[in-house]
Design a protein around this ligand. Structure first.
Ligand SMILES: C[S@@+](CC[C@H](N)C(=O)[O-])C[C@H]1O[C@@H](n2cnc3c(N)ncnc32)[C@H](O)[C@@H]1O
Length: 267
């Protein structure tokens, strides 16, 4: 389906480690460059739970999408959608219903270009290059406004991305703007890297490392993460480790119950 904007791959800086491409590395993907791999390997050296954590986050997102489909939701706005991996949101949604609509949004050129390629010939899915910190602009993107019906319920996905929004940028107001834009019956699916590690020096080490990447990451406490959600009514079991949200297996991979926390709320 046509993209919201020409994707292009111009503007790529391959020398600065990039958070989207480092995350792709943690997930075992191949859309990353030497600088990304080097920084990701250093992050894993600081905290070996980075890889199981990223995978637990991705698995949470996929379970949450299936949950929303079970609730009858057929539209998804995926903010900070990342570099496509197996089980991207439209693939999960279209397994259930090929008419389900998915609007991806990311501000990273490699993520946008690869999503654009993946969507070639796919109906009911778009990618827009836009900045989720500007909700009005995101909501006006042709790939978003032209695809999604804001009079019908939808799921707004903000997985592993709010930690790239600084306190000074008003993350709670931003979340609220998306909540106000959607119809009753909608859901917010959200996950966040927290400081819930055993050793505080790891948190500081990861924060320091990400300061030299494209996206500075802020570890918030679980309470600070909860505060971003305001009065959102959380689906059971509430705000938990990503791996503990509606698990589909009793086995928790080693190291997966770590910094990534997650919740799904009714808007
Ligand atoms: C860690 S990845 C998460 C990908 C996916 N949501 C997931 O949970 O599997 C974070 C993504 O958010 C994107 N991102 C970060 N800040 C953003 C912003 N201000 N606007 C749009 N995308 C952003 C990054 O480019 C990256 O692709």
């Amino acid at each position: 389906m046509a993209t919201g904007k020409p994707a292009g791959i111009e503007g790529i800086d391959v020398r600065t480690p990039n958070a989207a491409r480092m995350y792709d590395f943690y997930l075992g993907g191949s859309h990353n460059f030497a600088a990304d791999r080097e920084a990701a390997e250093r992050a894993v050296g600081i905290t070996p739970t980075m890889i199981p954590g990223a995978r637990a986050n991705r698995a949470f997102l996929q379970r949450a999408v299936r949950f929303c489909l079970d609730q009858g939701v057929r539209q998804f706005l995926d903010l900070g959608s990342g570099i496509p991996t197996v089980g991207h949101v439209h693939q999960i949604a279209h397994e259930r219903d090929s008419s389900a609509r998915v609007a991806y949004v990311d501000n990273e050129p490699v993520a946008v270009a690869h999503t654009d390629q993946l969507l070639d010939g796919v109906e009911n899915a778009t990618i827009s290059r836009a900045d989720l910190r500007k909700p009005e602009e995101v909501l006006a993107e042709p790939g978003v406004a032209g695809l999604l019906d804001f009079d019908e319920p939808m799921a707004v996905l903000a997985a592993a991305v709010l930690h790239f929004v600084g306190d000074e940028e008003g993350p709670a107001e931003m979340v609220d703007a998306y909540r106000r834009a959607v119809a009753p019956g909608s859901f917010l699916v959200v996950s966040h890297i927290t400081d819930h590690y055993d050793e505080p020096e790891r948190v500081e080490g990861i924060s320091r490392l990400y300061r030299d990447t494209s996206h500075t990451a802020r570890h918030r406490s679980v309470e600070e993460f909860a505060a971003l959600l305001g009065d959102l009514e959380l689906v059971e079991p509430g705000l938990v480790h990503a791996v503990d949200w509606h698990p589909d297996s009793e086995e928790v991979p080693e190291g997966a119950r770590n910094a990534f926390w997650a919740a799904v709320g009714r808007c």
